[in-house]
Write a protein that binds this ligand. Structure first.
Ligand SMILES: [Zn+2]
Length: 460
């Protein structure tokens, strides 16, 4: 589900030498593959100042995760700090002819703008700093989703773009939150950003109709309205914003309700609330009644996730992380257990959100009087093998959310391959095994060459 900057990393790593630095974990919520990983790089800190950098990174992290909606979704984020030493402290400032030798060449007054703190264009170096940043991220924290640069300078400044950057002084933490609003959540400035940056976005629109404006469900709540942008030059009169006191405009404020809503929706787009579940495809052997099915969820704070369990389309349980199924709960033949997770947070008022953002796990249980034959589980993946035991024919069927094919191998207990077949999504295939000797065989299921599971196939 997560996008990763993998291909860029591969390309860059091939022509830049690896630069490996100490990485400290500032905040760990769980597996990097199912979290948004923020990585903070130091800039303008000398080797002897790197302990200060870690304390600045910790301060930034605690400020950010005290602020909604980060405070509500804190368990969805990991934060790492990469200790990149510079030869000298601080950042360049052309107006005072101050030029310091720092790793990413940060400069105040970039492009002549007083509060723009940026890398790349500093009059000091023509290095390709963006490639350097990507290379440091790739070599040290390849699972990063957002790379941030914290600059060891007391002078106010910051910038957005691919790598948000901010000074480490009093408002630096808020500057970074504002910049993350741009780079991770695609929020617009709620001061007029100029004609070239004006466009339809979560918090910017040309629509003024109260029934169709994208934040219509928030109107007249928490000071949300339809406010015209103002500016000295440009076409700002065409554009409207939802609030007058949002951090996307004023650095000392929090995110407005419309920005928060867009951020939570984006977090759900990136990260499944289902961290893991049992039984999974890899440990489905030897199950006895009652069978426990459980979820490990990434819970918001307070927990607003709801789970609905259905067994054969009947409500089985609600809002439980674990259910037990007894033999008497099942019907003979095919049974389907589904759990559906939705977020009922009051931060979201998007129409029908619970049907747009829904995560499910499906287990297929083939029950006969001989006991459980198959249980398969995967997000939106179902594999069935039936009947089992069988004398003449074994059927395989396959449904999958991501359209990959399923490869099935039937092998004997001494490792001999009897039959290989490939199934497309929604396909069922029958295999004649009438000529095989009676006994136990194994069926191995592969997707993209990865073994999903192994099941016993009994030939009568
Ligand atoms: Zn806002």
């Amino acid at each position: 589900m997560k996008k990763v900057n993998f291909f860029i990393i591969l390309m860059l790593s091939s022509f830049l030498n690896a630069q490996v630095f100490d990485v400290e974990t500032i905040k760990y919520s769980g597996d990097d593959n199912n979290r948004i990983n923020l990585v903070i790089l130091s800039e303008g800190y000398q080797e002897s100042e790197l302990a200060d950098f870690i304390s600045d990174a910790e301060k930034f992290t605690s400020t950010m995760f005290a602020e909604a909606p980060f405070s509500n979704y804190t368990n969805y984020f990991n934060v790492y700090a990469v200790k990149v030493p510079s030869n000298e402290s601080g950042a360049d400032r052309p107006s005072t002819n101050t030029y310091v030798d720092t790793y990413f060449n940060a400069t105040h007054e970039a492009f002549g703008k007083p509060y723009l703190l940026y890398y790349e264009v500093d009059g000091y170096s023509t290095n390709n700093t963006e490639a350097k940043i990507l290379s440091v991220l790739a070599d040290n924290t390849p699972n990063y989703d957002v790379g941030l640069i914290l600059v060891n300078s007391p002078d106010y400044g910051g910038s957005g773009g691919s790598f948000p950057m901010a000074y480490n002084g009093y408002w630096g933490n808020n500057v970074i939150m504002h910049e993350i609003g741009h780079s991770l959540f695609d929020l617009k400035d709620e001061y007029y950003p100029g004609d070239e940056l004006a466009s339809e976005a979560i918090n910017m629109t040309k629509e003024t109709n109260t029934n169709s404006v994208k934040w219509k469900n928030w109107l007249n709540t928490n000071s949300v309205g339809i406010y015209q942008y103002t500016c000295d030059t440009g076409n700002c009169a065409d554009w409207y914003k939802p609030h007058q006191n949002c951090i996307m405009e004023k650095i000392d404020k929090g995110f407005c309700s419309v920005c928060k809503e867009g951020m939570v929706a984006r977090i759900h787009e990136l990260i499944s609330p289902i961290d893991s579940y049992l039984p999974s495809a890899s440990n489905i052997e030897a199950l006895n009644f009652p069978i426990d099915f459980s979820l490990s969820l990434i819970k918001p704070n307070p927990n607003t996730l709801e789970s609905n369990w259905t067994l054969n389309s009947n409500v089985f349980a609600n809002n439980l992380d674990e259910v037990s199924i007894n033999e008497t709960d099942l019907v003979e033949g095919e049974n389907t257990l589904i759990t559906a997770i939705t977020d009922n947070t009051s931060l979201i008022r998007i129409d029908d959100y619970e049907t747009i953002n829904i995560h499910t796990v499906t287990w297929s249980i083939n029950y006969s009087t001989l006991g459980i034959e198959t249980i398969s589980s995967e997000n939106n993946l179902s594999i069935k093998m039936y009947p089992n035991p069988t004398k003449n024919t074994i059927n395989f069927s396959f449904e999958n959310g991501n359209n990959s094919n399923l490869k099935i191998e039937i092998i004997s207990l001494d490792g001999k391959r009897i039959k290989t077949l490939s199934l497309k999504n929604f396909e069922t295939e029958s295999v004649n095994i009438s000529k095989l000797n009676a006994g136990v065989y194994l069926a191995n299921f592969y997707s993209d060459n990865a073994l999903l599971s192994t099941k016993k196939l009994i030939k009568q």
